[in-house]
Each structure stands twice: as structure tokens, then as C-alpha cells.
Write a protein that binds this ligand. Structure first.
Ligand SMILES: [Zn+2]
Length: 236
């Protein structure tokens, strides 16, 4: 039976001699694996549809529930800047690695899909400081997965975070010094300030800000992600 899936390619691998197998993150079915026949041929009609970040309407035939074959594709956007700029490419790969790890095979997640598309759009079309879009995406992912970072007050005693600030790695919550646990890490005040700036800024306004210690901010967010989901984000 033919089905049209709207989605973005999050992985593309060689399959047999002339084919490719892609993982599509689709609105309708979450992750699906799809075969694209003969697309290693440069003249193949569907060759652009196999590329990483290709976003389109994929016309597919499914023989089993988790493997289909693409018979046509209307491309909506290739996000070409993501493939052509190495910094944007690596940042986008870090973001896609979180989607792969959620293992949403056959499971639609419209909210995550919209968050991902919005993030990749900003990354592709705006000129942002390297990794700032990744930071914003991770902060938003924590919120939508039920681990919102409360940056304005201690999550345990609700007092203001005026002095030393800690991140409890067991719970993913920000606390004051008195409420820290043995598995808390101290968050530098400047990192905390920059987390607040990124959290409070809209995606499309991120290009207007520049964060001095962005690498340290990324590192804290990645550590939190690894503790929350027990998975490592692709980084370089
Ligand atoms: Zn406290």
C-alpha cells in the first residue's frame, strides 16, 4: 500500500550495490527505514532524496511495518547550508544524534518533529555563533521531556540562586549550595548567566547574541543530557 510520509532524512547508508537505506524522521510514523533503489547513480531521479537533511514528502510502499521503499519524493527543502558549512554540519549532526537515540520507530512525536524542524531551519538560514542553536535545542528538549531547567530559583528550597549554583546530576535540577547532593556539579556563575540568556531568547533572535564561554555551556548541557537519557550526544 502506498503511503506519503512528510519527514527529514536523519541517516543515509549504502545498501546493496546501487541502493541507499535512509532513516526518515516523519510526522506520521516517527522513525522509518526506507530503501531508495538505484540512487547511487548520478542520473537517478531520486538521488537528492537520499541526502542527509533532505526534507520532503516521501511516497513509499511498505512490505513490512518497519521497512519501506521510496517510489517518489517531493522535496520541500534540502537545507543545503547544513551540508556546505562544516560548523553547521557538525552542530546539526549533534542535534540529529539526539533524535536517533530516542528510538521512535513507528512512533509519531509531532512536538519533537516541529522542534527539530524549527531548530534546523534557524541553523540553516541564520548566521549564529557556533553551538548556540544546539544549546537552545537541548534546553528546550529538557523541558519537553519533563526535565525543565529552573534557572531562576533553587528547585529544592525555592530560594533565589544568588550565591553558588549547583546542578544535581541525579535529577537534572538546579539547586543552591545548601541543597546540593553528592552527585551535584558546581555551575560557574557566568555559565549560569549565559544559560539564562539562551533559555530566554527566542530561536530566531539567537543570531543577535554572542556568548563568551559557549563551549563550557555546551559541555554542561551535554553532561546533563547524558545523565538524563543515558546516551552520549555526537560531538567532535
Ligand atoms: Zn536550595
Amino acid at each position: 500500500m502506498e503511503e506519503i510520509l512528510t519527514g527529514i532524512v536523519i541517516s543515509s547508508k549504502d545498501y546493496k550495490e546501487k541502493d541507499k537505506i535512509i532513516t526518515l524522521f516523519s510526522v506520521e510514523k516517527g522513525l522509518v527505514n526506507l530503501i531508495l533503489k538505484g540512487v547511487k547513480n548520478p542520473k537517478a531521479k531520486l538521488k537528492a532524496s537520499k541526502e542527509l537533511f533532505c526534507f520532503g514528502k516521501y511516497n513509499c510502499i511498505f512490505k513490512s511495518s518497519n521497512l519501506g521503499t521510496v517510489i517518489g519524493c517531493d522535496i520541500i527543502d534540502n537545507f543545503t547550508n547544513l551540508s556546505q558549512n562544516i560548523d553547521k554540519y557538525l552542530e546539526a549532526c549533534s542535534i540529529l544524534s539526539t533524535v536517533k537515540q530516542l528510538n521512535l520507530y513507528g512512533q509519531a512525536d509531532v512536538q519533537l518533529f516541529l522542534e527539530l524542524m524549527n531548530t534546523l531551519k534557524i541553523l540553516n538560514y541564520e548566521n549564529n555563533q557556533k553551538n548556540i542553536v544546539l544549546c537552545k535545542y537541548l534546553i528546550d528538549i529538557f523541558t519537553s521531556m519533563g526535565y525543565k531547567l529552573n534557572l531562576n530559583y533553587c528547585s529544592a528550597c525555592y530560594n533565589d540562586l544568588s550565591e553558588n549554583i549547583f546542578l544535581n546530576m541525579d535529577t537534572g535540577e538546579i539547586t543552591c549550595e545548601l541543597c546540593q547532593s553528592p552527585n551535584s556539579i558546581k555551575i560557574d556563575k557566568l555559565i549560569h548567566k549565559n544559560l539564562c540568556i539562551i533559555a530566554n531568547e527566542k530561536f530566531d533572535k539567537l543570531c543577535t547574541i554572542n556568548i563568551k564561554n559557549i563551549d563550557e555551556v555546551v559541555s554542561v548541557l551535554m553532561q546533563n543530557y547524558e545523565y538524563r537519557f543515558n546516551k552520549k550526544i555526537f560531538s567532535y
